[in-house]
Design a binder for this molecule. Structure first.
Ligand code: NAP
Length: 661
């Protein structure tokens, strides 16, 4: 244990010297490529010029369903005026680079924030400060273990080195707590290391998909490709020295709580070696929700003579060139795979049950221009404001568009706002398939927007479905034989078979089977999976009664669908866990367990709130629900609600056990 807390080192530092060699023309080009509000806000902080944050330039407050319009609704003439102002200032900064003051005054920061988001937004100041990262890394623990519990042996095991595991490892390291991360695969990065299928890329805005304390101004795209996201996590694990503590190719197969000592015994399996056992004070599961592929049981599947695999286990050994390929599913994975393999394959049959709702996102595949990248990497504060505006848009998100109005009556939609969204999205689909009435019929969803994940629409999916190589089959699959997939026409016996060389299961994940196949027994031998009995629940998605000192990151009911970002949530979860550990160390306790009452009250509230969301009331199939139909995955409240609930643990919601003497 060390005895001074550490701030995160500066990550991808901005280099204003990059501005110094730029011609007026290059600066103009960058300003033209820039997002106007982040540009105004960053320059305001650098220059203290109030003209830059004149209310005339203020961004839209109420965002349309499709998300922020270009320049957040500012008129062309005001954008032009703002650009002229920005050009004067950037020219000045370039010419006096050595006198640049990068630390903004508190009052200018406050005024700039008020310009950017107003004052009546109702979002916690702490959340805003953390996401803006000004001052740097306010989410870092302000304490360290060596200080509050000198001499105490205290070890934490983290299961999984994905986005959540890396984050909580970093926080433990900052607080000087001894930890080990066990990762069953051969790389860090979790989902971004496992999903290597063609076309895999982010479908939430990229700047917001980075830790607030390690912002990356160098994203190549607004929705980057899998390899770039994986690189980000690889670099974080390397530069923050987390790699030294990660045991790759090592699966945690079991965790048993020992009542006598108040510690966890972990059984681990290093690939190809014998089982090993270790003892830890705390276990943090960071295994994610989407790690176990789901392959549906289809009669005859084992007889298929071609190659078959799941999207999350892509077989890179097999070429698709000239092959007849079947893709089962039309979720987020299939949606990216099908267009990406078209140029290679001879033909694709897409087996569809439910078509996706698509959100217009024209720039989905666009790269960030060189001119824009110059600004992102050289103008202090600019990238942080680009990220902040993305985060801000997702904090509000589309939550109110998918919330149920119990007084509203409609055969599909759940509220007037949901119906307005449905109509707008439907019109877009009608435009896409105006020339293909057959596809239009099959591509119009009959469930409310928000009941399943909405996918990014830049026209690529409709273009793929219209490609002569592609056939969309909507009749149910009746079986698989050695030569292909059969469908049955509306329950009749007249089978129709598609001969295939390759079958790709884009059929999602066993999401509601949290933490399987790990065997976890808590206090008095309570078996987690038996106790859950298919109904995974946790207090704040993290704590389960009878499982002392056991925490889940991205646990039950913490998935986000229409607002926020999983990274933002992970930062809140990591904060909560760190605060719990601080309580244990400060109070000289060995263990803490959430009480039954707190657990039950929380879950009753969550279940109720989920019945008020489109995904809760709709009967359409989705991975948000378990077999019994309960929403096991999603967070139904605001982003700020989670931030507030996870800011500090409430001691009354836990029972504690003293350190054995
Ligand atoms: P998914 O959303 O669960 O989709 C599975 C698909 O398989 C659905 O279309 C489903 O049909 C179909 N399916 C399942 N069993 C079937 C059967 N027996 N016969 C026919 N069709 C069947 O899985 P996913 O596409 O892998 O995506 C899961 C989640 O991963 C996403 O929602 C997202 O959160 C995440 N993801 C993110 C990204 C990204 O950020 N870029 C990319 C991929 C995935 P129904 O629709 O009828 O149920």
């Amino acid at each position: 244990m060390t005895d001074s807390p550490q701030k995160s080192p500066e990550w991808f530092p901005i280099q204003p010297e990059g501005l110094s060699g730029q011609s007026d023309e290059a600066l103009r080009e960058s300003i033209l490529a820039a997002e106007i509000h982040p540009l105004l806000c960053s320059l305001a902080l650098l220059t203290n010029d109030h003209a830059l944050i004149d209310p005339r330039f203020a961004p839209l407050v109420e965002l349309p369903a499709a998300g922020p319009p270009p320049h957040w609704g500012l008129s062309d003439s005001l954008v032009e005026e703002a650009r002229c102002l920005a050009f004067e200032h950037i020219g000045n900064i370039r010419d006096h680079i050595n006198h640049l003051e990068r630390d903004p005054s508190a009052s200018m920061l406050e005024k700039t924030l008020a310009f950017a988001i107003g004052r009546d937004h109702g979002v916690s100041a702490g959340l805003i400060r953390r996401e803006l990262d000004l001052p740097h890394d306010p989410g870092a623990p302000s304490w360290c273990a060596g200080d509050i519990a000198p001499g105490r042996q205290f070890r934490v095991a983290i299961v999984g080195a994905g986005m959540s595991g890396i984050l909580v490892a970093h926080r433990l390291q900052q607080a000087g707590i001894d930890y080990t991360v066990f990762e069953k695969s051969d790389n860090v990065g979790g989902t971004w290391s496992q999903n290597t299928y063609p076309g895999c890329r982010l479908d939430t805005p990229n700047f917001a998909y980075s830790y607030a304390f390690a912002q990356n101004p160098h994203w190549p795209s607004e929705f980057s490709e899998q390899r770039d996201i994986l690189k980000f996590f690889d670099q974080i694990a390397e530069k923050f020295s987390i790699n030294d503590r990660v045991r790759l190719n090592t699966e945690v197969v079991a965790a048993h709580y020992q009542d006598e000592t108040g510690q966890w015994q972990l059984r681990i399996h290093p690939a190809g070696k014998a089982l090993e056992e270790y003892v830890y004070d705390v276990v943090i599961s960071a295994v994610g929700q989407l790690g176990q592929p789901k392959i549906p049981e289809i009669a005859g599947a084992e007889e298929f003579a071609g190659k078959a695999w799941h999207t999350a286990r892509w077989n890179h050994e097999v070429s698709l060139r000239g092959r007849r390929v079947g893709v089962i599913g039309t979720g987020a994975s299939a949606y990216q795979v099908v267009p990406a393999i078209l140029s290679e394959v001879a033909a694709v049959v897409v087996f569809q049950r439910n078509p996706p709702w698509m959100l217009p996102t024209p720039r989905y595949h666009e790269a960030i221009t060189v001119a824009h990248r110059r600004l992102l990497s050289a103008l202090p504060h600019y990238a942080r404001w680009v990220r902040f505006f993305q985060v801000w848009a997702t904090i509000r998100g589309r939550w109110d568009l998918v919330r149920v109005d119990e007084t509203y009556r409609h055969p599909v939609s759940v509220s007037a706002a949901n119906e307005a969204l449905r109509q707008a999205l439907e019109q877009q689909i009608q435009r896409h398939y105006a020339d293909r009435p057959d596809l239009l019929r099959s591509q119009l969803p009959n469930y409310p927007p928000g009941a399943k994940r909405m996918l990014r629409d830049n026209g690529v999916w409709p273009a793929a479905l219209k490609d002569p190589k592609v056939f969309v089959e909507t009749r149910p699959i009746s079986g698989i034989s050695h030569s292909g997939v059969s469908v049955t026409a509306d329950g009749s016996d007249a089978d129709n078979q598609y001969p295939l060389d390759i079958l790709i299961y884009a059929t999602g994940f066993r999401a509601s089977e949290f933490l399987l196949p790990m065997e976890i027994t808590g206090s008095r031998g309570r078996n987690l999976h038996e106790w859950w009995h298919g109904e995974a629940r946790a207090y704040l998605g993290m704590c389960v009664p009878g499982f002392p000192n056991f925490f889940c990151m991205y646990g039950p009911n913490t998935n986000l669908v229409v607002h926020g970002s999983l990274i933002l949530f992970a930062e809140s979860s990591a904060n909560f866990i760190m605060e719990c550990l601080k309580m244990l160390l400060e109070k000289k306790q060995q263990s803490m367990t959430v009480t039954d009452q707190a657990f039950q009250a929380f879950n009753e509230m969550i279940d109720h709130e989920n019945t008020l969301m489109a995904w809760g009331v709709s009967t359409v199939s989705s991975w948000y629900k378990n077999d019994s139909g309960r929403v096991t995955q999603n967070w139904p409240l605001s982003i700020d609600a989670f931030y507030t609930m996870t800011e500090k643990p409430l001691p009354a919601h836990f029972s504690f056990e003293m350190l054995p003497s």
